[in-house]
Design a protein around this ligand. Structure first.
Ligand SMILES: NC(=O)c1ccc[n+]([C@@H]2O[C@H](COP(=O)([O-])OP(=O)(O)OC[C@H]3O[C@@H](n4cnc5c(N)ncnc54)[C@H](OP(=O)(O)O)[C@@H]3O)[C@@H](O)[C@H]2O)c1
Length: 259
């Protein structure tokens, strides 16, 4: 059965983790376990994430089963930063991403939002040209806010919005509701806020993660939830949490106590 969960690319990347980066074998096991359990969306931000995912999908021979999202973040040419800022999308960037991923198409090209309206329009127009050529299957806006949705032209080809959302930061729920009203898909990022929210007063991380995931995956306007999982065992654990469905009143009261 298809899952609302998707694998976050930070799973392959050490800089944003408490844990060391998984070994190549563990990365393969993680991607395989995801595909075997209906977790078929893979979100990637930084170049090393695309390279690791591309290698795994190629080794497993399962590219066609996976749906891959890429954002406009690239290797820092100065080599100074492991987590460089996003860059404005240019024509040559798609070839770079396809090469890193070892594929000839991506399922979603995500353009990071910013305040320069005309600049963002130009990037979205470039993405549309790739969509027409069949090199990408959909266009997302990353770190999207409601104002970005309102500025979209009626004939926009944007298919999806991406924004952080978890029980402690629910601001994006209204964005997701508006997106769904317009027929646009919704991806919620960081259900555990990078894992910083897993240790709550008196609650074990295992229980906290279950409650936070059940709350987010049962939101009616959330299509997919992107979570980092650097251990194969988390995939089964998190799938089981999702399958338990919405929280009971008592469980919601536990979450409220953490606010
Ligand atoms: N492009 C962007 O600007 C952007 C920004 C934010 C997020 N994102 C996307 O969203 C994804 C997820 O967000 P995130 O990385 O901020 O963090 P997150 O998914 O909120 O939290 C990840 C942490 O949760 C832990 N975890 C997962 N399942 C668990 C379980 N069942 N029990 C205990 N711990 C568990 C992981 O532990 P382990 O380390 O042991 O696996 C990891 O430390 C990212 O990978 C990325 O794809 C993108």
């Amino acid at each position: 059965m298809k899952s609302k969960l998707g694998l976050g690319g930070h799973s392959f990347y050490s800089s944003l983790a408490n844990e060391p980066v998984p070994s190549e074998q563990e990365q393969l096991n993680i991607v395989q376990a995801c595909l075997d359990s209906g977790v078929d969306w893979f979100d990637t931000t930084y170049a090393p994430e695309r390279i690791a995912l591309g290698r795994c999908l190629q080794k497993l021979g399962r590219r066609e089963e996976a749906r891959v999202a890429v954002w406009n973040f690239f290797t820092d040419s100065t080599g100074q930063s492991e987590t460089p800022a996003f860059v404005r999308l240019e024509e040559h960037h798609l070839a770079v991403m396809l090469e890193e991923l070892k594929t000839d198409y991506v399922d979603l090209l995500v353009v990071h939002a910013h305040g320069d309206r005309e600049g963002l329009k130009r990037e979205l127009a470039l993405a549309e040209s790739w969509l027409r050529r069949g090199q990408i299957k959909g266009i997302g806006i990353g770190m999207c806010r409601e104002e970005h949705l309102k500025e979209l032209s009626p004939d926009s080809h944007v298919t999806t919005v991406f924004a952080p959302c978890n029980y402690f930061h629910q601001e994006s729920l209204s964005l997701f509701e508006e997106a769904k009203r317009r027929g646009i898909g919704t991806f919620a990022l960081s259900p555990f806020q990078r894992g910083w929210k897993l240790e709550q007063n008196g609650s074990e991380p295992a229980k906290t993660s279950e409650l936070l995931l059940r709350w987010l995956t049962s939101q009616p306007h959330v299509d997919q939830v992107i979570v980092s999982m650097r251990r194969t065992e988390w995939i089964d654990t998190n799938r089981r949490a999702e399958q338990q469905g919405p929280l009971t009143e008592e469980q919601l009261a536990v979450l409220q106590g953490w606010q």
